[in-house]
Design a protein around this ligand. Structure first.
Ligand code: ADP
Ligand code: ADP
Length: 229
């Protein structure tokens, strides 16, 4: 089955006089291990879609299923637990906690999932090694370079071995060379773990490397043929 699925998904923001839907009736199913890019112009609704898929915002219509569980049927606490267990998030800005070391930042989702500290530390160390930050574990985000911070964010997103990672321009704030390195790393680790990826990007070169490319345009999600990307 799908690791994440949207059925008839719609969103209308309450503010504003027009109340036009950003989109309505979107369907999307992402299979285990599948990588999907979402392209679209600024304002098309890509971030809105990602927020709904991740249970960070409530749809105006339709349903989101994560690991087969209907998000709207869960309490806030249950939704939070499912999100922490089944999903990883990577944003354009790292969102690491500034007062914590890289190791502590990556341990956090494991501890929140109920693991004991030594076990969480072991998992976090393994992931930080995998992203090439074995020598930076005791550094705080302010002591890491931009590329290192995004690699720590990749480690944090994957440490609980989620079924799916949701990424919103995760390399958008990096120079081209660093962006390419972080992107390759993320894709390799995702494939190793058979983690699905839903990636919002406006970078067609990055999008082309994923299994499927969808374009969000005027409220519709259309699959692009390889020669259209
Ligand atoms: P994208 O990520 O593709 O740039 P967004 O999902 O951020 O698009 O925005 C889609 C539309 O929804 C835009 O018109 C934007 O102005 C509007 N929008 C986004 N967030 C809010 C909000 N919190 N309140 C009202 N309108 C919003
Ligand atoms: P990059 O070329 O990846 O952008 P930088 O030139 O920013 O890297 O940093 C080089 C190295 O110095 C990085 O590995 C980073 O961990 C370390 N570093 C950068 N800023 C600090 C700091 N304020 N304190 C400690 N180490 C730092």
């Amino acid at each position: 089955g799908a690791v994440i699925e949207a059925r008839g998904l719609g969103k209308t923001y309450a503010e504003g006089s027009l109340r036009t839907p950003v989109f309505d009736g979107l369907d999307l199913a992402v299979a285990r291990g599948e990588t999907v890019a979402i392209l679209g112009a600024s304002g098309a609704g890509k971030s809105t879609l990602l927020h709904l898929l991740g249970g960070l915002d409530t749809p105006s219509a339709g349903e989101v299923y994560v690991d087969g569980q209907k998000m709207s049927a869960l309490s806030d606490a249950e939704r939070g637990r499912l999100r922490n267990r089944a999903l990883g998030f990577i944003y354009q800005f790292h969102h690491l906690l500034p007062e914590f070391t890289a190791l502590e930042n990556v341990m956090l989702p494991v501890v929140l999932g109920g693991a004991r500290v030594p076990q969480a530390e072991q998992k976090a160390r393994a992931l930080l090694d995998a992203v090439g930050l074995g020598h930076r574990m005791a550094h705080k985000p302010g002591e890491l370079s931009g590329g290192e911070r995004q690699r720590a964010a990749v480690a944090r997103a994957l440490v609980n071995r989620p079924g799916c990672v949701l990424g919103d321009e995760p390399t958008g704030n990096l120079d081209e060379k660093t962006a390419a390195t972080v992107f390759d790393l993320m894709l390799d680790l995702n494939r190793d773990q058979r983690t699905s990826l839903v990636l919002v990007t406006h970078d067609r070169r990055l999008a082309r490397r994923l299994d499927r490319v969808l374009e969000l345009h005027e409220g519709r999600l259309r699959e692009l043929a390889p020669d259209e990307v």
